[in-house]
Ligand binder design. Sequence first.
Ligand code: LAN
Length: 719
Amino acid sequence: MYSKTVQGDLPTTELARWRLKTEDGRQTWHYLKTDEEVAAWPQSVADKYHLGLPTDLPILPTPGTPLDAARNGLSFFSKLQLSEGQWACEYGGPMFLLPATMIAYFVTNSEIPEEWRIEIQRYLAARAHPEDGGWGLHIEGESTVFGTALNYVVLRIVGMSPDHPVCIRARKTLHSLGGALQSPLWGKVMLSLMGCYRWEGVNPIPPELWLLPNWVPFHPWRWWVHNRQVFLAMSYLYSLKKARPVDDITIALRKELYVESYDSIDFSLHRNTVAPKDIYHPHTKALDALNEILAVWGKWICPSKLQEIARNHVYKLIKLEDENSDYCCLGPVNNPLNFVARYFTEGESHAVNMHRETIKDFLWMKNEGMLANGTDGVQCWDTSFLIQGVIECGFGEDPQYRDMLIKALQFLDTQQIREEPKEKDFSYRQQRKGAWPFSKRAQGYTVCDTTAEGLKSVLLLQDVPGMPKLVSDERLQDSVEVLLTMQNANGGFASYELIRAGPWLESLNAAEVFGRIMVEYPYPECSTATIMGLQQFVKTYPNHPRRTRIENVVGRTVQYIKKAQEPDGSWYGSWGICFTYATMFATEALKSTGETYENSPTMRKAVEFLLSKQRDDGGWGESYKSCETGIYTEHKETQVVNTAWAVIALMNAGYKERGPIERGIKLIMRRQQPNGEWLQEAIEGVFNKSCMISYPNYKFTFTIKALGIYARIFGNEVC
Ligand code: LAN
């Protein structure tokens, strides 16, 4: 990750006054203004750690064995557990989320607190590209118009002067890229809401598409849920064509963002004007043709009555999304867009106030300042991995970890989703009763692998002698039922829903900056996690009536995973970077049905792939470029997280040669700090092929897991 750049004379808040609050899984940062408040609410170790303040955690005895190292890691990581039992962390990386949240705040006349203003300026200054001062799609990417134009707008919204060196550099880069006219679609929409672009320069996003009969192969209900929910809100806003009233700041921004004079631009000619640097997925001819047809349709043909019917229909779906997620929404793009949609329609209202609040669930404070997370947290996901790591180490019954584990179990108990969404079928939702979300219960979305990891972790913990049984058989069964609804015809599992249309729909991908965004795909990672959860259930309930069905599901999944193997023996990872991530999962699935290095050509190839990528220092290191290009690309440094994934994969394969595995383990041990922590290295995660996202807790959870598995298989020693 980039190191800090010169920040000019930016003020800062007092980091010692920030606190992370957790209420039923909802995590929000608070700035304490008075000394009384500070005295009444002391800063926790987790607060300090996340803010980059000294934690003063003790230096631990130098670990002599892998399990000593795991214990040291846990000694540190356990201090970061929040009071409700979960782990939190920064979940940044994407650089278009803070703009979505702040533009929504601005457009809806919401007051942006002073401490946010200060810290957002600091964050954007710290994360400006060290060479040109712009921003990219994500923190490690090159500057683009999308990143630079929108974050420039954020800086101005939060009060930075256009004459500040950070703005001057960013503007220069923006202009050298062609200015805001070159924004991709989502940028054009956000700028239009601001009144800094014109709706006639936005390609059609017609709400009428929602009125098509469901059998139509490209109906939006078939789209990947993230793209669908963003499209839903955008189609409504596009149809309203409203913007924030023009004032001094709009007039100033219109001058600053463009190379040409704003009033001279004929926006209708620039629907397809996008900077080459921004394009990951170029328009297909089919999309261009469709856009032209829809532009004529919208302008000349579509009766206004039909437009109104479509708008009302879409608005109903928007309201359902709000209500089914307690106004948190699926993510940090559709929440702010729904917020604006509701504000434009209802003015000040309960819904608008709720959005004003829930935007806070996405904001994160750290030493560099304030940013927007990719979700409303990583609560259930990271908590599940920590539990599994501890169990792998054989520490389940260790009294030292008892309280920590009970709290973790309590957290998962409270965060399981307990009921179906309102108007489930009308709003095209996947079954969710029994699911564990990625973040918190209120968000309300099932994901197959977050459910499965939650299920597996609860089963493992409740199996530990003396642990309370908090989640009943019935509720565990509910989660199994959710998983069983999610297998696709080819045997694989996708993310949130069943696959509802083929990859051909990608030819209508209008987002320009992302790949694989139109539909669900089967993923080896999600598929593995799902069957591991199901198999754990069968272990706990060997005589359960679902057993045969589960065995059948597992068999079909493993067939899918085998087919998904790349010719070099790896698997392409869609959610972590990259081949090492997916190979860890895929080998676990194969192992679960008895395949090993000795008896399976698939496993052997996987092992050969992994061994071929091990570096001289014993580690593995993959660059995010692997995700973009689909070709294994070395990071210039080896990475603790990639190394943990790779050694876990080799151990999954039952590879008997201790040497390469031990060298990886030794690297993990060498990189551990005297207080038990591992330091942040390169970014770990990805989505939609092109956008990277941080998973800072992986450097704890997967290292600990790797150390535990190693000790179990090879004995608790390294030479
Ligand atoms: C996530 C985070 C978790 C991730 C896993 C559980 C790891 C994965 O196995 C399944 C997919 C899922 C749930 C996932 C999907 C896409 C998300 C929500 C994200 C990568 C975090 C942020 C991203 C979201 C799409 C960001 C907003 C951007 C848009 C394009 C709308």
